[in-house]
Design a binder for this molecule. Structure first.
Ligand code: 1BN
Ligand code: ZN
Length: 326
């Protein structure tokens, strides 16, 4: 390739908009995950699920780490592993986008969790591909959580093992401060998607996401009604990390043998993909103080605003130094 051709290719790549969320791809991931069968924490099937997730992250060019531990459950010690995909951004501070990939253990029937456990994992895999090709102002962490489900009953500490472990480790190793927000995805496959606003979630994050849905005329799926959910976002909220749970709990097949591919749709995955990606610039703007990405001016405008934000931060730091010196 000549220098001129190379420069042209690089210029085209730089100008090209990031790819869109492709629910066809997400659906294929979901199909593969469901085909593995029940995938409870500690099972050989969840090991296989993890291999699939890791292979897909590698294919997307996203590096990952595994966070493994053994946790005490009402059924004894269970081996669990969070998979942490990282897409470096312009800044080290992280926006975490998470979802669980385990399915609830049921011995009475075959539970494959197409929406509950499957949809969140499939969604994150496709999001990895999209965000890898995007210019991200913050580092994005795609967090595949193990052990969300109760091993027996959702009471006491028998739930959210993965998120509690992740937050505990982040507190201990000092990395919690760099986590600026969490967007949690759970049970988004429902064919008849109806996501209520969770009142446990941080208000400003909920506003940004539901506003994005309204802009896209997807407020039939992101409805105005509220609910209160305990899920993997709670340990983050308790640690002071602004968090939002995007979850459709109005799902008849929930925790039944009917949570299969028949009950979910690619369209629902697409809706959530479009809304999350539309909300992202506003979330990032809020997190990078001084930036207002209110316009939809494309890459150059965003770069310009980032430069302005950096300047603003530098000035702010100088003022702080000056006032400390006086
Ligand atoms: C979500 C999917 N959850 C379990 N599977 C969390 C939850 C538990 C939500 C109880 C509502 C009630
Ligand atoms: Zn569940």
């Amino acid at each position: 390739m000549t220098k001129a051709v190379l420069a042209f290719v690089l210029a085209v790549q730089a100008a090209a908009p990031p790819p869109k969320f492709d629910s066809g791809r997400a659906w294929e991931h979901l199909r593969q995950l469901v085909a593995i069968g029940p995938r409870p924490a500690g099972s050989p099937a969840i090991e296989q699920t993890r291999s699939y997730i890791k292979a897909q992250l590698t294919a997307a060019g996203v590096s990952f780490a595994e966070q493994a531990w053994d946790d005490d459950t009402p059924l004894g010690r269970v081996h669990m592993v969070n998979v942490i995909g990282t897409i470096p951004g312009a800044r080290k501070e992280r926006l975490v986008i998470a979802g669980h990939y385990d399915t609830k253990l049921f011995r009475q029937f075959r539970f494959v969790g197409a929406s509950d456990g499957g949809s969140s994992a499939a969604f994150l895999i496709e999001l990895a591909r999209v965000l890898k090709a995007r210019k991200n102002p913050l580092t994005i962490e795609l967090l595949f959580l193990d052990g969300e489900e109760a091993v027996v009953e959702w009471e006491g500490n028998d739930h959210t093992y993965g998120s509690r472990h992740y937050v505990d480790v982040a507190k201990r190793d000092g990395s919690l401060a760099s986590i600026k927000a969490l967007v949690l995805i759970d049970m988004i496959g429902d064919r008849d998607l109806r996501i209520r606003r969770d009142t446990n979630s941080s208000r400003w994050l909920t506003e940004i996401i539901w506003n994005a849905a309204r802009r896209l005329e997807l407020d039939t799926a992101f409805v105005a009604e509220t609910t209160r959910v305990e899920d993997d976002h709670v340990p983050f909220l308790q640690a002071g990390v602004p968090s939002v749970d995007i979850i459709d709990l109005d799902y008849e097949p929930w925790h039944t043998a009917k949570d299969t591919l028949d009950a979910v749709s690619a369209r629902s995955l697409q809706i959530v993909g479009d809304v999350v990606l539309a909300a992202l610039p506003d979330i990032e703007a809020r997190l990078i103080k001084g930036v207002t990405l209110t316009g939809r001016g494309g890459k150059h405008k965003q770069d310009y605003r980032l430069v302005k934000a950096k300047k603003h931060l530098r000035r702010h730091q100088q003022r702080l130094k000056q006032s400390a010196a006086h």
